[in-house]
Design a protein around this ligand. Structure first.
Ligand code: PMV
Length: 313
């Protein structure tokens, strides 16, 4: 049997914009998806025991199947002649927006490699998981699989000419508490990414302006994180949420949770990931503030994760 795991993540700055070459900042979280793979049975079977939002697994089943086929193909494994029993579990819940698909792809790729007794570098695992991500995100930037593979806090820039992406590890003084709130709405990242591309075509000048602003925010955020100026990081997150609203990827539930957490004292809050539902993230330094914000969301009957950014692998 082969085993593997992949980290969940939260995008702190630049989701969607990152698909079009704007720098993004992502942090892995301390929750991972684990996979086990055995070469038995008939065909490819998946036993998905990840705890999650209702409907997540059902809604993503077709994309999950396609993603595994893509992985096997790029790994040079003959789909016709291979039987695999894949088990998925671990502490990362199946929420939209926290990189659950990328975490599972990295976990499965590592488990398959172990089962086939091949040793693959992280770089190769990342490439395989990127191929798998296409099934979920259409034209993914690669930021999710990068965080799922390497962990830590990462500055990511997609290379639009097909060359290697920029992946830089960022260091912060110490990990910082965050709260992730789940709207419970399962969103389709592929549709969200395609929607932005369509609106961009209709309104190229406005989008160019918004993309420039997003780029400026990412650079400022990098500096604020490296200076450990958390108030500034929070303010920039709020500005990033405004830009995400403008490109049409927020939702009523996301805006509600973002406002709620800010009212409770979060330093900043924004949607995280593909949007249209899924999750939001609030910056809540210190256990006390984190608990206040998390408990408020729970009282409103939304699911919540208490975790940290900047945990080094
Ligand atoms: O919703 P998630 O966790 O799959 O994150 C998607 C992030 C996007 O920027 C919207 C897409 C991408 O590939 O970068």
């Amino acid at each position: 049997m082969g085993r593997g795991s992949g980290f969940g993540k939260t995008i702190l700055f630049g989701e969607h914009f990152v698909v079009h070459g704007v720098p993004g900042i992502v942090s892995a979280i301390d929750l991972a998806t684990d996979a086990e793979v055995k070469r038995i049975g008939e065909g490819i079977t998946i036993q998905d025991e990840r705890k999650g939002a209702k409907g997540y697994t059902e809604k993503k089943r077709t994309q999950q199947k396609e993603s595994i086929e893509r992985m096997l193909t790029i790994m040079g494994i003959d789909l016709e002649k291979t039987s695999l029993e894949i088990w998925l579990g671990g502490r990362l819940p199946g929420f939209s927006g926290i990189g659950a698909s990328a975490a599972s792809s990295v976990a499965i790729a590592r488990a398959i490699a172990e089962e086939f007794k091949t040793s693959l570098s992280d770089e190769r695992i990342n490439e395989i998981a990127y191929e798998a991500e296409k099934a979920y995100a259409g034209t993914p930037s690669g930021i999710d699989n990068t965080a799922a593979t390497y962990g830590g806090l990462i500055w990511f820039v997609k290379n639009l000419s097909g060359g290697p992406n920029t992946i830089e590890r960022l260091n912060i003084k110490k990990p910082v508490e965050i709260v992730i709130g789940n709207t419970g709405v399962v969103a389709d990242t592929k549709e969200m990414v395609a929607g932005v591309a369509e609106r961009m075509k209709e309104n190229p000048e406005e989008y160019e302006r918004l993309f420039d602003q997003a780029k400026d925010l990412s650079f400022k955020a990098r500096k604020a994180l490296e200076d450990f100026n958390l108030r500034e990081v929070g303010r920039l997150m709020n500005k990033n949420h405004l830009l995400l609203q403008k490109i049409g990827v927020s939702s009523e539930e996301l805006d509600y949770l973002v406002n709620l957490t800010r009212d409770q004292g979060a330093f900043g809050a924004k949607l995280t990931g593909g949007g249209g539902g899924g999750c939001m993230v609030a910056l809540t330094p210190g256990k006390e503030l984190q608990e206040t914000v998390a408990a408020t969301i729970e009282r409103e009957r939304f699911q919540v994760l208490r975790t940290k950014i900047g945990i080094q692998r």
